[in-house]
Design a protein around this ligand. Structure first.
Ligand SMILES: Cc1ncc(COP(=O)(O)O)c(C=O)c1O
Length: 284
C-alpha cells in the first residue's frame, strides 16, 4: 500500500513524507487514539457519515474528547482530491495531541488498496480460531476493556493475523471463553445454514462494522434471514458456508476453518450475492 495523500487538521494538505505527530502525543506513548478505515468507490467514500459517527464514539471511549467531524470530512475531501485516484483506501485518525493540547489532532490519509483481494475472493480464505481468553459478557459490561472501540491499540489484532499466517492460514477468528465466536482481527464473521445467516451479536463487545450493518440490510433482499447471537465455534465449523466482512476486504468467502473445509470447501452463494449487493449499494 502506498500513501498517496495526507491532510492534517489546522494545516490542510501536507507532503506525505513530512512528519506530523510529536513523540509526546499519547497516540505514540500509549496507543491512545482512534481511527477509521473506509473504501472509496469511484472517488466517493462509502458511508463516510457512519464512519465519522463511529470515530466520534471511539474517540470518546479513549478520552480524546469531542472531535470535529466536519473538519475531518473536509480533510478527507482534500486528501481524496489530491490523490486523484478513484478506488482507494481512506483512513481517518484522531489523537489527543501533545501534552496540554486544547483540541485533538485530526488526520486523513489516502492510500492505494491492498493488492490481491479479488484473487483471494475467488479462491476463498482459510481461517484459524484464536482464543482471546475473555468472557464476552464481562468484556461487554467492562467499558475499560474497550470492546467494540476502534482504537489504534491493534497490536493484539496484528499478532493474531501473524499467528494465523504462521499456521498456514490467511486470517484469524477470535473466540471468547466458552469458544464463543467473536470477530476477526479486522473483520466481522458470518456463516450460513440453509437460508439463515448467523453473525455474532454486538452485545458480545465486538466492533459494529459498517459493512456488517450494510449486509444486515441487504440480506433480506437477497432472501436471507439474519440471526445475531452468541454462537460456539462448532456452529461456525458445521455451517454450509462462511465469510467475513469489512470495508476494505468487503465480503470474503471462508473455505477452511482450523484446517477443515467449511461447507463444500469452496466460496458459497450467499458470499457472492452479498458481495454483489454491497458493490451495487456502493455504486448508487
Ligand atoms: C475488529 C474489527 N471488526 C470488524 C471490522 C469491520 O468493520 P467495517 O465493516 O466497519 O470495516 C473491523 C474493521 O477494521 C475491525 O477492526
Amino acid at each position: 500500500m502506498t500513501l498517496l495523500a495526507l491532510a492534517v487538521g489546522g494545516r490542510g494538505l501536507v507532503d506525505p513524507d513530512e512528519p506530523i505527530l510529536h513523540v509526546d502525543d499519547e497516540a505514540f506513548l500509549r496507543s491512545r487514539a482512534a481511527f477509521e478505515t473506509t473504501r472509496v468507490y469511484g472517488g466517493r467514500p462509502f458511508k463516510l457519515d457512519e464512519h465519522l459517527a463511529r470515530l466520534a464514539g471511539s474517540a470518546a471511549r479513549v478520552e480524546i474528547g469531542e472531535i470535529d467531524t466536519q473538519e475531518l470530512g473536509r480533510l478527507a475531501a482534500l486528501a481524496l482530491e489530491a490523490a486523484a485516484a478513484p478506488d482507494v483506501m481512506l483512513r481517518l485518525f484522531v489523537t489527543p495531541g501533545r501534552d496540554g493540547a486544547v483540541s485533538p489532532t485530526q488526520v486523513a490519509m489516502v492510500s492505494t488498496l491492498p493488492e490481491g483481494l479479488d484473487e483471494l475472493r475467488t479462491r476463498g480464505i482459510r481461517l484459524v480460531s484464536i482464543q482471546l481468553g475473555l468472557d464476552p459478557e464481562l468484556r461487554a459490561s467492562s467499558p475499560w476493556l474497550l470492546g467494540g472501540v476502534k482504537s489504534t491499540s491493534y497490536a493484539v489484532n496484528m499478532a493474531a493475523e501473524a499467528e494465523a499466517k504462521r499456521r498456514g492460514a490467511d486470517d484469524a477468528v477470535f473466540l471468547g471463553s466458552g469458544d464463543v465466536v467473536l470477530e476477526g482481527p479486522v473483520t466481522n464473521v458470518w456463516w450460513r445454514y440453509d437460508e439463515v445467516l448467523y453473525t455474532p451479536a454486538l452485545e458480545l463487545g465486538i466492533l459494529a462494522g459498517v459493512t456488517r450493518a450494510t449486509l444486515v440490510e441487504e440480506a433480506a433482499g437477497a432472501g436471507y434471514e439474519v440471526r445475531e447471537g452468541a454462537f460456539p465455534l462448532e456452529h461456525l465449523a458445521g455451517a454450509d458456508e462462511a465469510f467475513t466482512s469489512s470495508s476494505i476486504r468487503e465480503v470474503m468467502p471462508v473455505v477452511e476453518l482450523d484446517a477443515a473445509p467449511v461447507g463444500s470447501g469452496a466460496p458459497g452463494p450467499a458470499a457472492r450475492e452479498l458481495q454483489n449487493a454491497l458493490r451495487q449499494e456502493a455504486s448508487r
